[in-house]
Design a protein around this ligand. Structure first.
Ligand SMILES: C[S@@+](CC[C@H](N)C(=O)[O-])C[C@H]1O[C@@H](n2cnc3c(N)ncnc32)[C@H](O)[C@@H]1O
Length: 382
């Protein structure tokens, strides 16, 4: 059932003015319209009371393993006297908190020279982040996505994100007998949002697919995320020396645009249920698409960066320290029942099939770091 939300009026007015809008414009309003968008309106989005879980909400061990790798990044850079960590799309600050707690407790030399910058599209989340990170406030500063994108922030260290790029607005395309077309959103006479195909709104869409040598099959639909490579370029410009760590669900382009994905990867989340119709309740449900990691890798190479490691989240966690985290739990003084509960919880993060371990990927890219040696490069079990 279609729900009428405050965004219906805003979207309808926008469509009346422009005739039709790209899906990227539609998604941008649905997720980020100030005060009304999914991410820019009050209410819990992530976790049991929200609409979906992320790895962070599963257990602090996820952030602790990421922290182990970040400490290794600092070491492989020669333990410099300053290191900036920047999280983009920091949400309520949970991941940053798990990372900072670990570094304070286990990596005091690094913690002493560390500063954390939080960048979040929704500025009102700063108060939740302040509360979450109360033990680390003297280390933290806040910046905006505009400042990050403008190239004004420059530092050495690591830019990381978890489930940021899947939440960026995408264009949608379809291959027709008349060539590649874009899917636009307009209104029917009854005032419902409907789709309409037309010439691509920008030549960048065809250029994006051409760069990947992707030719869609007849009637195949797909998404083109022009914002993801823009974000990566901004991250690369921000780094004098260091790493970008991107954690998200997605695939290399050859898999993402494979013919079996006839309708692309667009999916909505509402109260822990998936929903394929993005027009059902604008602003009340999350809209996401899978990330094209090949474009992120191409983009890094264009910017003179190196792609150091790419793989499934379970591989990353297994080689970067989840085993050590599990061993610590086993050695701890908690009850056997609690240990069993935690083992089952952590399994969700690393289970290759059906869990978060497989669809989720980790990409690590470096800039101006000579022969970096990271934990994730260790052989599992060896
Ligand atoms: C799916 S949530 C993930 C939140 C958190 N990282 C987690 O894993 O629980 C995506 C977050 O990215 C933020 N976001 C989207 N675009 C952004 C941008 N350009 N810069 C900074 N944050 C952004 C959204 O407001 C939202 O809080």
């Amino acid at each position: 059932m279609i729900e009428i939300t405050p965004l219906n009026e805003i979207l309808t007015a926008l469509i009346a003015k422009k005739g039709r809008i790209t899906f990227a414009e539609y998604m941008s309003v649905c997720l980020y319209e100030p005060g009304f968008g999914y991410y820019t309106s009050p209410g819990r989005k992530v976790g049991a009371e929200g609409d979906f879980y992320t790895s962070i909400t599963v257990h602090a061990a996820f952030g602790r393993v990421v922290a182990r790798e970040i400490a290794q990044m600092w070491r492989t850079m020669g333990s410099p006297a300053g290191f900036t960590l920047l999280e983009c799309g920091a949400g309520n600050g949970r991941l940053a908190c798990d990372i900072m707690d670990f570094l304070k407790e286990r990596e005091s030399a690094m913690y002493a020279v560390l500063c954390l910058v939080l960048v979040e599209q929704e500025p009102s989340l700063e108060s939740a982040q302040r509360e979450m990170l109360a033990a680390h406030l003297e280390k933290i500063s806040w910046s905006s996505s505009e400042k990050f994108a403008s190239g004004d922030l420059v530092f050495s260290g690591c830019v990381y994100s978890n489930e940021l790029l899947d939440a960026l607005p995408v264009h949608r395309v379809v291959m027709t007998s008349d060539g590649l077309k874009e899917i636009f959103v307009t209104c029917s006479n009854e005032g419902e949002f409907i789709e309409e195909v037309g010439q691509p709104s920008t030549p960048d869409i065809e250029a994006y697919l051409k760069r990947l040598n992707v030719e869609l099959f007849p009637a195949q639909q797909a998404e083109v995320n022009l914002n993801a490579p823009k974000w990566l370029s901004a991250a690369s410009k921000a780094l004098k020396q260091g790493f970008i760590m991107t954690i998200d669900y997605g695939y290399p382009a050859v898999d993402l645009y494979a013919s079996r994905r006839k309708l692309g990867t667009l999916l909505c989340y509402y109260r822990h249920q998936t929903e394929e119709n993005p027009y059902l309740r604008p602003g009340l449900q999350d809209i996401t698409t899978h990330v094209d990691f090949t474009t992120l890798m191409n983009c890094a190479e264009d910017a003179g960066m190196k792609n150091i490691w790419f793989g499934e989240q379970y591989r990353f966690l297994m080689s970067a320290g989840i085993i050590e985290e599990i061993e610590e739990i086993e050695r701890s003084a908690i009850s056997e029942d609690e240990k069993l509960r935690l083992r089952l919880t952590l399994k969700k993060l690393i289970m290759p099939e059906g869990g978060m371990g497989d669809t989720f990927k980790v990409l690590i890219q470096s800039k101006n770091v000579i022969a970096p040696k990271l934990l994730c490069q260790r052989r599992i079990g060896g």
